[in-house]
Design a protein around this ligand. Structure first.
Ligand SMILES: [Zn+2]
Length: 430
């Protein structure tokens, strides 16, 4: 494919106009001001459009798309324990597959090309990711309050099976990592054994950290004043230098130093943090401390959508509120977090930028819209004015997965019908 006469965000997220971007064998092979003379393949007229790197959703729980709008208006603890956990107990593998496919469709249609997902039902999530063509770093979440050996835990066995079957599938679009749900859902024994395992295998790890004040303070009370970050460091969870924590709303200055020192990255989830009343993360302080921060939607149950444009908008606004400073960070900073930083968190060092040699994970935004006019500053408009509905093409590794409202790999009408049916069945059993 050759994108012709198109606006692009370059590798520094600066706007360049009337460019030619050539995609070959899944990679960006050239970015030029002149049309490549020898090109004879498919062309895309980019006039009035903008080509940007695909968005990377740094934290989600895809099957939870089925819980969208279920249990709104509750705090994290009662939302989880009274509504979500009983709902999840009734979910089957097939329900999880349908919920995942629905979530992936929403992601592709709103410009997300890669997602870091943490959940149960690994077979269902990986199968849907594989069939859809999206990039996905999946980790089967471990939690156990007992002293059952790791190898005997259902979750760990599933994690192993999924790793064996899907890690590296679809030419590396699927990667399987590890996750421990949170400090408060596992015993010291389980966390210690999990840390030993991931360190021995030099694995990428994700977890939830200091999402709510209650979680943060209860951890300190349980562990001699250690915050979740300090406790995880002591337990060796950050040993591989490839860990990231979602939320980190209540982390303290010393926590940020520990995270920076250990290369621990953060998935910032502003919608979820606001919806559950968890608080506003101090992202500027994280960036100032040298921490790599990506942006995630969290599950649809606590958002309630998977639109990364909305998440970028909120990341920008909440930073201004948190710091009482409209210049807390720029639109470029936010775009960087939602693209290349998210890719780095997945260990994908050739994704997230429009740059020669990088993977052709690309999104086209239609700029000919009232809310994107006039074009005083297109990069700023992407963060402050655009929405997922402005996406007209989504490509992963050079393969078009969504174009002009149509999916190339997903029967969306069927999936939506099945999702409604699955939710009716689950709710009838509660
Ligand atoms: Zn989460």
């Amino acid at each position: 494919m050759l994108f012709e006469k198109i606006n692009i965000t370059d590798e520094n997220f600066e706007l360049k106009t009337d460019m030619y971007v050539r995609v070959e064998s899944g990679k960006i092979s050239s970015i030029t001001e002149q049309r490549p003379e020898d090109y004879e393949g498919e062309c895309y007229n980019g006039e009035g459009k903008l080509l940007m790197p695909g968005l990377v959703n740094s934290h989600s729980h895809l099957p939870m798309t089925l819980t969208r709008g279920y249990g709104d208006g509750l705090t994290l603890q009662s939302w989880l324990f009274d509504k979500i956990f009983p709902f999840e107990d009734q979910m089957t593998d097939e329900d999880a597959y349908i919920g995942t496919m629905l979530g992936i469709a929403e992601m592709l249609a709103s410009g997300t090309t890669s997602v870091s997902d943490m959940y149960m039902f690994g077979e269902s999530v990986c199968r849907a990711a594989l069939e859809s063509g999206i990039k996905c770093n999946f980790s089967r979440c471990i939690s156990s309050g007992s002293e059952t050996p790791l190898e005997e835990l259902k979750g760990f066995k599933e994690a192993m099976a999924v790793k064996e079957k899907y890690d590296g599938a679809n030419n590396g679009r699927i990667r399987v990592d590890y996750s421990i749900h949170a400090e408060y859902t596992s015993s010291e024994y389980t966390i210690g054994k999990f840390a030993d395992y991931v360190n021995a295998h030099d694995a990428r790890v994700s977890t939830h950290i200091s999402e709510t004040k209650t979680e943060h303070e209860e951890c300190k009370a349980r562990h001699n004043g250690l915050t979740p970050v300090q406790y995880f460091e002591k337990m060796g969870i950050f040993g591989t230098g490839k860990a990231f924590g979602a939320h980190c709303v209540w982390i303290e200055p010393e926590d940020r130093e520990i995270m920076a020192k250990n290369g621990v990255m953060i998935a910032h989830c502003p919608s979820s943090n606001m919806k559950l009343g968890s608080g506003l993360a101090d992202v500027k302080a994280m960036l100032d401390a040298g921490i790599t921060v990506g942006i995630g939607t969290d599950g649809a149950g606590s958002n309630n959508n998977l639109d990364m444009f909305e998440e970028m908008h909120l990341a920008a606004l909440t930073a201004s509120v948190k710091n009482y400073d409209a210049a807390a960070f720029s639109a470029k900073d936010v775009l960087k977090m939602a693209t290349v930083n998210g890719a780095l968190m997945q260990g994908r060092t050739d994704c997230g930028l429009i740059k020669e040699g990088y993977c052709a994970d690309l999104v086209v935004v239609d700029l000919e819209k009232p809310h994107l006019t006039p074009k005083n500053d297109i990069v700023s408009s992407l963060v402050y004015s655009a929405g997922g509905q402005d996406v007209v093409l989504t490509m992963v590794d050079g393969e078009v997965l969504y174009r002009d409202g149509k999916f190339t790999t997903i029967d969306i009408d069927e999936i939506m019908k099945l999702a409604d049916k699955a939710v009716c069945k689950i709710k009838s059993r509660l």
